[in-house]
Design a binder for this molecule. Structure first.
Ligand code: FAD
Ligand code: MLT
Ligand code: ZN
Length: 459
């Protein structure tokens, strides 16, 4: 049998795509900036099919690029230009296996879409707390493989904190079943942690047992207008102190993001009178919040850390406020090329970092416009830089300036999106030779033939 005949037999009828027109959506990243090539795309519908496909690829020394919803922002799911890899899409492996409402767990296939998992949990009176703007397409396997963050990390942590059990297919096709719903389990190495955030370079995630939390019955959202970014950190201190663990989101964005959206959607009214920066904050609880949220917001206004505030408790109005924050990435894509950065620094250092890095970038690159926004409650800034369409400012030059400043602040070049193929050269400056050697040793141990997602994370 030829390789393609073996592959076709492994993935079942109709699940092997070779027509370039059908393959095209799988070989370009979400931003539309990078396009690779692939031998084929396979779309298995069962874990056994995944295992068989990986075994066939490993035996033939053909690389496998795992792909979930293809919403990643680090170009980890896009094959290289060599055209010698198979893209393995998890899109058909999308069954919710089980929900244990009293045990607060849900077991899912890796290809389940985040919004569907949240909806299923909600129907059972539970919350799966991870939330991000791409949740209509991003899959559980992709979210695990990038250790995704999103807008509720401030309260619930990243994807890693939600995973109780994991099922993976190793680089030689072996299936490891760790679908355990245990809260405590110290039996040897906790191997699942290796695959969380591995960006598909160590194996394929095929299933997961995830934690659920009580579904909040009271949710209140507010948009605060602030004049100086330093005030955001003071407001965070006040709100954390007064709201405790009910504070479930603390995000920031600039007036420039509001202007960008209004330019694309001119019929919209601005969310409030113009301010330099905006904070999107949310509190939620199973018990009534009473006036705790308003009291805490009043404290930020009285204490001079916020200049203006609008509050929403009904879901439509809350959604409208959220859209000012969640649509930024889409509007940025429509605006043209950009150099994307996903940095983290200590929370209290965010204002100084943003101000200093903005001044450095805009002074050095005439025509570049910084759009800094994100998860300030996690110290995570999407320090994105809009670039002229004519390509006159090389993205790499801008990134060199931003990442040098990140290093000065003792921060990280990626807080949540990962390394992928977008930042792999920058990883070397972020991690010591000893750390790189350890990571390479792990890679060699789990994927000795180097078939799992080559070119991602490591050059
Ligand atoms: P893909 O893009 O398909 O893949 C991502 C990586 O995981 C690749 O390296 C791929 O090879 C690997 N992979 C995918 N599935 C598997 C699997 N089953 N097994 C092994 N490896 C696999 N990210 C955040 O963290 N926080 C945000 O707030 C956020 N907001 C976003 C907003 C928008 C509008 C967009 C477009 C993206 C945003 N992202 C955010 C990035 C993205 O949604 C996340 O990285 C998400 O986790 C990717 O999931 P996916 O299923 O689309 O994965
Ligand atoms: C978000 O938080 O909206 C995305 O992670 C940000 C981005 O586009 O860089
Ligand atoms: Zn983000």
């Amino acid at each position: 049998m030829t390789f393609f005949e073996e592959l076709s037999r492994a993935c079942g009828p109709g699940a092997l795509l070779q027509d370039p027109a059908l393959i095209a959506p799988y070989v370009t990243d979400w931003r539309g900036t990078f396009t690779g090539r692939a031998l084929a795309v396979v779309r298995p519908a069962s874990v056994n099919e995944v295992a068989e496909i990986v075994r066939v690829c490993a035996q033939n020394r053909v690389a496998v690029v795992p792909q979930g919803g293809n919403t990643g922002l680090a170009v980890g799911a896009t094959p290289l230009d060599a055209g010698d890899a198979v893209v393995l899409s998890l899109v058909r492996l999308n069954r919710i296996r089980d929900l244990d409402a009293d045990g607060f767990t849900i077991s899912v296939d890796a290809g389940c879409v985040l919004a569907d998992v949240r909806e299923r949990a909600s129907q059972a009176g539970r919350l799966f707390p991870l939330s991000l703007a791409a949740e209509g397409s991003a899959q559980i396997g992709g979210l695990i493989s990038t250790n995704a963050g999103g807008t509720s990390v401030v309260r619930y942590g990243t994807m890693r904190a939600q995973v109780l059990g994991l099922e993976v297919v190793l680089a030689d096709g072996t299936r490891l079943d760790g679908m355990r719903a245990l809260r405590k389990d110290n039996a040897g190495y906790d191997w699942k942690q290796l695959f969380i955030g591995a960006e598909g370079t160590l194996g394929i995630v095929t299933g997961a047992v995830l934690k659920l939390v009580p579904k909040p019955r009271f949710v209140a959202t507010a948009l605060l207008g602030i004049d100086r970014l330093q005030d955001a950190v003071r407001a965070f201190g006040v709100l954390q102190h007064m709201l405790g663990e009910t504070l479930s989101a603390f995000e920031f964005f600039p007036q420039r993001a509001v202007a960008l959206r209004l330019a694309h959607e001119p019929a919209l009214a601005p969310p409030m009178g113009e301010r330099a920066w905006y904070l999107l904050v949310e509190a939620s609880s199973a018990l009534a919040l009473d006036d705790a949220f308003e009291t805490a917001l009043a404290e930020t206004l009285d204490g001079g850390c916020a200049a203006d505030a609008v509050v929403a408790t009904d879901s439509n109005r809350r959604h409208e406020l959220w859209m000012w924050r969640e649509s930024i990435t889409e509007h940025e894509r429509r605006a043209g090329p950009s150099a994307k950065h996903d940095v983290s620094v200590a929370i209290s250092q965010v204002p100084a970092f943003v101000i200093e890095a903005t001044a450095a970038v805009e002074a050095r690159f005439s025509g570049a416009r910084v759009l800094a926004f994100g998860h300030i409650g996690d110290g995570n800034v999407h320090f994105n830089v809009l670039l002229p369409a004519d390509g006159s400012i090389p993205r790499e030059d801008v990134t060199a300036v931003v990442h040098a400043m990140v290093r000065q602040y003792g921060g990280s070049i990626t807080a949540e999106h990962g390394i992928g193929r977008y930042r792999r050269e920058d990883l070397l400056a972020q991690r010591s030779p000893g750390e790189m050697a350890l990571m390479r040793a792990v890679k060699r141990a789990l994927d000795p033939s180097g078939v799992m997602n080559p070119g991602a994370v490591f050059s």
